[in-house]
Design a protein around this ligand. Structure first.
Ligand code: BGC
Length: 757
């Protein structure tokens, strides 16, 4: 009964609404825009942060607990009819407070005082991370390590449901930037280094967020971030220049966005940095030509934080603020995250002047406003802005927590397991060392309850850190010593060794020692780092424990790869947990104890040296750089690597051409068998290589993958179909080509050749 009532409340209006065709929606958007004055159209393109509407003291500091300032609300939302509001104030809010804020923000529209509803957006990037009690999933880098798109879909669905419970219908997620610069503070927000993996996982996040009808009150609009090339800053520092040749742009950085557009993503956020000298927000070729004209993106493009202003103040491509607005809007930007009260007045005024002076055409303004209103219609915001939080009965339910734990369990990657050190047995005496095991902030990372995620006071009640999860299972067989202390000093992470003697004396009675290595949470500029090297103190701790001769197991709670070259050889086992979220430690414990068989695979090439960043799709000339070991490249661990407590064998790889009038079509098959003693999941990875090509070909490229589950002794024949799309590359004459010649297909240890005539 309860379910039926919830269904009718949450889904029925949307079901009726979904009958409206795309054309009708577009026409309706256009009609609605026609009813707006020029000022109102401009206001639609303006986005302010929640603080702009809150009560503050004379110095502008927001008063706590936060409260909407009626005067500011009247001015910004009612009189100026601002189109969008974003963000949480300083920290996470409960659902009641969210609903209250949203009710106040929507009041002018509901009372007929404005013509257009506000669209509210938030960063719910690993679950509803700005709602008290929201279900926290692994960060995207961990999600990618599951190589299981259905888990991304689930995370999307649950995040959408819980985000809508707060009243917010728009999520600034997923990040579709490729993780190819591990120094970048936002590496953990990416889906790893590979375009295929990022496309498949990103697309499922989008589908999970939006469903088939984003107007359902359990769905949100997705926002593809950050279009495009943001993730490859040469310096490693956030919002600094990237240099990306056209070919790499097309082959590597654009595909995940293209796939998300094809999946119907409704909004996009623009790259704050510059690519090849052109700031993202001034890049007409990318925003208008590629995204809107070539790909047919129908939604709207929002700027990132203050980024129109930055065209003048930071990038120095516009000599004043008005020129910056003209440049960005004419490049195809539709909405400006201004986002402060005050500067927004200047934005509205200068935008109007630019229209009056015909520097921004009415056509462009209408297009921007139409796109924004189209998304608002798609979300059903004209009909109903949100449902009260009480109707979301599944919020933070056991079912949702289980899904988050499941995602973490499938992400955790067994990198090394010498002499079957793992799984542990319950009667073994374990010493657990490391601060990262002792607080939820280390397993969640940034964008958790607060922007940087370092404030421990908002930790989810009831969620277990690694120490607690282990204690629950092992009781008195577990000893914990903190070992080191991480903190931020003057903007940089510092680490201190603690209780050295206690650690050593505790190690004496331990059968095995687990060292949980970690990093301070951080993102964007505050998260910038100088080096990938793991801090000396954590290294010293591990080396000291390795000297004891007891088996040392390393657990990484890292959002980025830290260099562990000197620690790896003497470690008996290594598990990468990434930033697994609130339920990740329970999953980790179950893996350590063998209750769950690990099945995560690295979504990036794990570097061995701080100064040598390699990718799995290197070209042959790169293999000439290793003078000592003769290996093609020499990372710590390869992309796609991940062990299991069972073993899989691969056999009988075949590839055949299938007759088709659409060009080259192939079908490959391989048999995968579980030859060990435990049920396990394996990611079957398909790689293609063009042996010789007019542009130096990649060593291999991932073109397909599938996660399968096998009982001991069970074998499955896995099929992979591919065509020109997987065989092509961006050629010398700036077009996609498939060149005749020989190719290789590889899967597991199997390899076969085929020819294109
Ligand atoms: C970040 C975006 C985020 C936005 C809103 C920016 O600083 O770069 O990823 O969505 O803030 O919080």
């Amino acid at each position: 009964m309860n379910f039926l009532i919830s269904f009718f409340i949450l889904c029925l209006p949307a079901l009726l609404y979904s009958q409206i065709s795309e054309n009708e929606l577009l026409n309706r958007s256009k009609k609605l825009v026609k009813q707006l004055t020029v000022e109102q159209k401009i206001a639609q393109t303006c986005q302010v942060t929640l603080d702009a509407l809150l009560k503050a003291d004379e110095k502008g500091t927001v008063l706590l607990p936060i409260q909407i300032d009626e005067k500011k609300l009247n001015l910004l939302i009612e009189k100026q009819a601002i189109g969008s509001v974003l963000n949480v104030s300083s920290h996470t809010l409960d659902r009641e407070t969210w609903n209250k804020i949203l009710t106040q923000i929507h009041a002018p529209f509901r009372q007929g005082k404005t013509k257009t509803p506000v669209i509210y957006g938030v960063d719910a990037i690993h679950g509803a991370n700005y709602i008290v009690g929201g279900t926290l999933f692994p960060q995207e880098i961990g999600l990618a390590a599951t190589w299981n798109p259905s888990l991304a879909h689930k995370m999307g669905e649950i995040t959408a449901y819980e985000t809508r419970a707060s009243g917010v219908p728009w999520n600034f997620s997923p990040v579709l930037d490729l993780g190819r610069q591990p120094l970048w503070s936002r590496f953990f927000e990416t889906l790893g280094e590979d375009p295929k993996l990022a496309s498949e996982m990103g697309t499922e996040l989008v589908k999970g967020y939006q469903g088939t009808n984003p107007a359902e009150s359990t769905r949100v609009a997705a926002c593809m971030k950050h279009f495009v090339g943001y993730s490859l800053p040469r310096s490693g520092r956030d919002r600094t220049p990237s240099w990306i040749p056209e070919r790499q742009m097309k082959e590597l950085y654009l595909p995940s966005f293209k796939a998300a557009v094809d999946a119907g993503a409704l909004t996009v956020m623009i790259n704050s940095g510059d690519v090849n000298g052109i700031p993202g927000h001034a890049n007409k070729k990318l925003i208008t030509k590629t995204l809107k004209e070539n790909w047919g993106f129908k939604g709207f493009a929002v700027s990132d934080w203050e980024d129109i202003r930055m065209l003048h103040s930071v990038h120095k491509v516009a000599s004043n603020q008005k020129e910056a607005i003209i440049m960005a809007i004419n490049a195809g930007l539709d909405m400006s995250m201004v986002p402060y009260n005050g500067p927004h007045e200047e934005y509205l005024k200068l935008f109007k002047e630019a229209v009056d002076e015909k520097k921004i055409s009415m056509k462009r303004l209408d297009d921007a406003a139409t796109r924004i209103i189209y998304v608002k219609l798609k979300l059903g915001l004209y009909e109903k802005q949100f449902e009260p939080w009480q109707s979301f009965t599944k919020f933070a339910s056991a079912e949702f927590k289980n899904a988050a734990k499941n995602a973490a369990a499938e992400s955790i990657t067994l990198l090394k397991n010498e002499n079957n050190t793992l799984p542990l047995t319950k009667n073994e005496k374990i010493l657990l060392v490391g601060e990262a095991a002792n607080n939820l902030i280390f397993q969640n990372g940034a964008w958790t309850h607060t922007w940087q995620g370092v404030d421990t006071s908002f930790n989810t009640k009831g969620a277990l850190n690694f120490h607690q999860a282990m204690k629950n299972k092992l009781g008195s067989n577990l000893t914990f010593v903190q070992g080191y202390d991480l903190s931020m000093r003057e903007g940089w992470e510092t680490c201190e060794l603690l209780n050295k003697d206690q650690v050593l004396s505790a190690s004496k009675s331990a059968d095995k020692i687990i060292v949980c290595l970690g990093e301070m949470p951080g993102t964007e500029k505050p998260g910038d780092i100088q080096s990938l090297n793991l801090c000396e103190e954590q290294q010293a701790l591990v080396k000291m424990l390795q000297e004891t001769g007891k088996p040392v197991i390393l657990v990484f709670m890292f959002g980025k790869p830290h260099i562990v070259r000197e620690l790896e050889p003497k470690s008996a086992a290594i598990l990468h947990a990434y930033l697994p979220g609130d339920y990740g430690s329970e999953a980790l414990t179950e893996i350590l104890l063998g209750e769950v068989n690990p099945s995560g695979k690295l979504p990036f090439t794990y570097p061995r040296y701080d100064g040598v960043i390699e990718y799995y799709d290197y070209v042959n000339s790169e293999t000439k750089t290793n003078k000592t070991d003769g290996l093609p490249i020499h990372p710590q661990w390869a992309f796609g690597h991940g062990l299991s407590y069972t073993n899989f064998s691969y056999s009988d790889l075949t590839v055949k051409s299938i007759p088709s009038d659409k060009g080259n079509e192939f079908e490959a098959t391989v048999t995968v068998k579980n030859v060990g003693q435990k049920t396990g999941k394996e990611v079957v990875q398909w790689y293609l290589t063009d042996d010789f090509a007019s542009v130096a070909p990649a060593n291999k490229r991932l073109k397909g993958f599938e996660k399968i589950s096998l009982e001991p002794g069970e074998a499955i024949k896995v099929i992979f179909k591919f065509n020109n799309k997987e065989l092509r590359f961006y050629g010398k004459n700036d077009n996609w080509v498939v060149e005749p010649g020989t190719f290789k297909i590889a899967c597991g240890n199997q390899i076969s050749s085929f020819e294109i005539k």
